[in-house]
Ligand binder design. Structure first.
Ligand SMILES: Cc1ncc(COP(=O)(O)O)c(C=O)c1O
Length: 425
């Protein structure tokens, strides 16, 4: 396959050990998903896109879908489209996401709000659903929004947060959670895949341990959905939230998803009581009466336009299947670790993600004191990873859009920038 991203990479590849470059070419040639890379919008000047876990690339099909939407449902059906299709979009799309990505039966997933808002709604509903319990278990390495939302809820409800401080290059372990659980625990909130290290928490065992203590568990799946296989129903997860603009390619600001297990839905009440979560939104009632089922977790008008792009990605994921996507993700992250260990370690770069692929999600984080400067220089060259303080270079390897030579070229530029600095020191 001619590689539109890496045709111009001969010079940088020539600077890397030849066996590594040969392996990258062989991995691309043997990759059963390689052709799907052509389904994404192609762009001049992009050498290596390594940030699929921040913002997934658009599919070409999305271009047409957006245009069709303007002339079709919006332009032609206008307000009638609410009755015809839009009112059910949050739950219909939720069901699709549940089936294709989350391992969730219909009626438990909804697409709405931002991740932050959905997280607030579900966390507040959970702590209120465990009266008499006044503690939340969380960790200091979780994404800021998760920690900030919990601080707000703790202040609102007079709760105490028991903070776990995990290994930053690893993540929260079952033993660390067990040590904080007790009869006062209302809620455990953790990320399934850690946003910095990519550590995969032991979701089934931690969920079971929390249940043994009588607590509910809320999993943040932002870095899992579309990269790692999930089976929320089988693992008896209570609640989950996640982004759709990362591995689900929903586009900037695409709405979040929320999962609430069917057994809990009618027992939980979320705090943002808007008209769209009412039992009869168009009755314009005097007082709030929550809808039954997953609809009660909706608050305001569903973000219909923002739901369009992820439909294309979900269709592609359904066609390919999550096991094949995870297999490619593991191959990509394995190779990233190998490249870093061989080509970047001489410049004192360290891998701060797990080496064990079963404990590693879809990204790999590298560590070096110079990475803030290096990241800025990489972006100017069309190599796009992201930087996470204090000194992490994060490689987000979206399995359907990323190639092995593309990854190798990107890390070749990292090596070149570090070498230039060393030579001028
Ligand atoms: C783990 C995690 N949670 C939450 C968010 C973001 O929340 P929001 O979509 O509200 O910006 C992110 C964004 O990168 C994230 O990585």
């Amino acid at each position: 396959m001619t590689d539109h991203l890496t045709d111009d990479n001969a010079d940088i590849l020539a600077e890397l050990p030849a066996p590594l470059v040969d392996r990258a070419r062989a991995l691309d040639a043997a990759d059963p998903l390689a052709d799907h890379r052509r389904s994404f919008v192609e762009v001049d000047g992009l050498v290596s896109y390594l940030d699929g876990n921040s913002l997934g690339r658009p599919l070409k099909a999305t271009r047409d879908r957006l245009a069709r939407f303007v002339d079709g449902p919006w332009g032609s059906r206008l307000i009638r489209a609410w009755d015809e299709e839009w009112m059910d979009a949050p739950t219909q799309l939720g069901d699709l996401l549940g089936r294709v990505v989350l391992g969730a039966a219909a009626g438990q997933t909804v697409v709405a709000d931002s991740t932050t808002v959905m997280l607030y709604k579900l966390a507040r509903a959970a702590v209120d659903g465990r009266p008499g319990r006044d503690e939340i278990v969380a960790d200091t390495e979780n994404f800021p929004t998760d920690r900030f939302v919990l601080e707000g809820i703790a202040a609102e409800r007079g709760l105490r947060i028991r903070w776990i401080t995990p290994d930053p290059a690893g993540g929260v372990t079952l033993d660390e959670v067990r040590a904080e659980l007790g009869e006062r625990t209302a809620l455990v909130l953790l990320s399934h895949v850690a946003y910095k290290s990519a550590y995969v928490a032991d979701l089934p065992a931690i969920t079971a341990a929390a249940h043994d203590a009588g607590a509910l568990v809320l999993w943040d799946l932002c870095h899992s959905a579309g990269a790692v296989e999930l089976s929320l129903d089988a693992d008896e997860v209570d609640l989950a939230v996640g982004c759709t603009y990362k591995y689900l390619n929903g586009g900037p600001g695409a709405p979040a998803f929320g999962y609430v297990a069917a057994r809990l839905q009618d027992r939980l009440r979320q705090p943002i009581q808007g008209w769209m979560g009412h039992d009869a939104p168009f009755a314009m009632a005097d007082h709030y009466q929550p809808a039954s089922g997953i609809r009660r977790f909706i608050s305001g008008t569903p973000p219909i336009v923002g739901m369009l792009p992820m439909r294309d990605m979900l269709a592609l994921i359904e066609q390919v299947g999550m096991p094949a996507i995870r297999a490619k993700s593991v191959a990509l992250t394995d190779f990233a670790v190998e490249l870093a260990d061989e080509a970047l370690a001489p410049y004192d770069v360290r891998v701060v993600s797990p080496h064990d692929p079963s404990r590693r999600g879809g990204h790999v984080t590298l560590d070096h004191p110079d990475f803030r400067r290096v990241t800025a220089a990489l972006w100017a060259r069309g190599v796009v990873p992201d930087f996470r303080p204090p000194q992490g270079l994060r490689l987000g390897l979206s399995p359907l859009s990323t190639g092995f030579v593309e990854l190798t070229a990107g890390l070749g530029h990292v090596a070149q920038l570090l070498r230039e600095k060393r030579n001028h020191a």
